[in-house]
Design a binder for this molecule. Structure first.
Ligand code: ADE
Ligand code: ZN
Length: 344
C-alpha cells in the first residue's frame, strides 16, 4: 500500500510552483562548478557539505545558501543548474514548473543580469522540447535589501520581460514586511508581471494579509502560519488564494518540529487551496516527489488527498485554462488507473 502511494505520488502529473533554482544546487554540481571556475570552497568533500546542512531557522539556511551561489559565474553554470533541476523534476512527474530566481544574489557579486537569465532561459527552452516540461520564470526580490534595490533589479529585467511570468519576494522574512516593496510591485503589475510573495513562513499572519492587500499577490508562498488567524483563513478559503506549501523545507527550517506535526492536512481539510512543493530541494532532502510521498506517509494522506494536491497545483498555476483542463483530465486518468483507492 505504502509503495503504491509512493508510485502514485510520482506518476501524478504535477505543477511545481515554489522552487528556487539556486536551491537546487546539489553538492556534486557545486564542486564541479567550483573546479571549472577556480573557486575555493570552504568544504573538503561532498559529504562535508551535506553534513553542514543542519539549520536552526531560515537565516541559518540563507547564510549557507547564498555562500553556495558563489560558484555560479557563467551563463553555462546557470544552464547546467537549471537543466539538472528540470531533469529531476520531469522524473518526478512535474509537467510544468514556475521557477524562482534571485538575480540580486548574483548581480551583487558582479555577475551580469543577462548572464543569469539567458542561462536559465536556455535550459527552460531546451527542456520544453527534450523533457516534455514547460516552465515560467519568476524574478524574486531579496527582502533583506531595499525597495530601491528591487526597483533597480526590475529595471534591469524589463528587456527580458517576455521570458518572465511574474515577480516574487524571498529571503529573510521577519522584519521585512511586504509593504516595503509596495512601489516595485505596483510597477511590476503595470508591466504585466504576476505578483506572488513568500509570507507566513516565519513571519506573522499579518504579512499574508499585507501581501494580498498591499502587493495584490495572486498566490502566497508558504502561508502555513495562516491557521493562527481564523478570519484570514476564512478569506483565503473564500477567495481560493493558492498557498504553495513546502513540507520538507518547513521541517528542515524548524517551522514544524517534524513532518507528523505539519499542518498541511488541516489546511486541506479546512478547504484551503494548498499545493506541495520542494522550495530548495538540494538543501532540504527531497524534490517534489519526496515531498508528496514523505508527507503522505507522515500525515496518513490517502490517494484522494494526493490527487487533490496534484489538481490544486494546476488550478494554482499561471497557465491558460485549456492547458489546465488538459492536465486535470490526465490526473483523472492516472488516478483512475491507480491500484490505490481514491477517496475525494
Ligand atoms: N530563499 C530560498 N528559500 C527560501 C525560503 N524558504 N524562504 C525565504 N527565502 C528563501
Ligand atoms: Zn521559498
Amino acid at each position: 500500500m505504502a509503495s503504491d502511494l509512493v508510485r502514485l505520488a510520482r506518476e501524478l502529473p504535477k505543477a511545481e510552483l515554489h522552487l528556487h533554482i539556486e536551491g537546487t544546487l546539489e553538492p556534486e554540481l557545486m564542486f564541479q562548478l567550483a573546479r571549472r571556475n577556480g573557486v575555493k570552497l570552504p568544504y573538503e568533500s561532498v559529504d562535508e557539505v551535506r553534513r553542514a546542512y543542519v539549520f536552526s531557522n531560515l537565516q541559518s539556511f540563507l547564510d549557507i545558501y547564498y555562500a553556495g551561489c558563489g560558484v555560479l559565474l557563467r551563463e553555462q553554470d546557470f544552464y547546467d543548474l537549471t537543466w539538472a533541476y528540470l531533469e529531476r523534476a520531469s522524473a518526478d512527474g512535474v509537467r510544468h514548473a514556475e521557477i524562482f530566481f534571485d538575480p540580486q544574489t548574483h548581480t551583487d557579486r558582479g555577475v551580469a543580469f543577462e548572464t543569469v537569465i539567458t542561462g536559465i532561459h536556455r535550459a527552460v527552452h531546451d527542456a520544453r522540447d527534450r523533457l516534455n516540461i514547460t516552465s515560467g520564470l519568476i524574478l524574486c526580490f531579496l527582502r533583506h535589501l531595499s525597495g530601491d534595490a528591487a526597483m533597480h533589479t526590475l529595471s534591469e529585467a524589463l528587456p527580458y520581460a517576455e521570458w518572465l511570468i511574474g515577480v516574487g519576494l524571498d529571503s529573510s522574512e521577519v522584519g521585512n514586511p511586504p509593504r516595503k516593496f509596495r512601489d516595485v510591485y505596483a510597477r511590476a503589475r503595470d508591466v504585466g508581471l504576476l505578483p506572488v510573495a513568500h509570507a507566513g513562513e516565519e513571519g506573522p499572519p499579518e504579512y499574508i494579509s499585507d501581501a494580498l492587500d498591499v502587493l495584490q499577490v495572486k498566490r502566497i508562498d508558504h502561508g502555513v502560519r495562516c491557521l493562527e488567524d481564523a478570519r484570514l483563513v476564512g478569506r483565503l478559503v473564500e477567495e481560493q488564494v493558492p498557498l504553495t506549501v513546502c513540507p520538507l523545507s518547513n521541517v528542515k527550517l524548524r517551522v514544524f518540529p517534524d513532518l507528523k506535526q505539519h499542518n498541511l492536512k488541516r489546511m486541506l481539510d479546512r478547504g484551503l487551496l494548498v499545493t506541495v512543493n520542494s522550495d530548495d530541494p538540494a538543501y532540504f532532502g527531497g524534490y517534489v516527489g519526496e515531498n508528496f510521498s514523505q508527507t503522505a506517509q507522515a500525515l496518513m494522506l490517502n490517494a484522494g488527498d494526493l490527487t487533490r494536491l496534484a489538481r490544486n497545483s494546476f488550478q494554482a498555476a499561471f497557465l491558460p485554462q485549456d492547458q489546465k483542463q488538459k492536465y486535470l483530465h490526465e490526473i483523472t486518468s492516472v488516478a483512475g488507473q491507480s491500484s490505490v483507492k481514491t477517496i475525494s
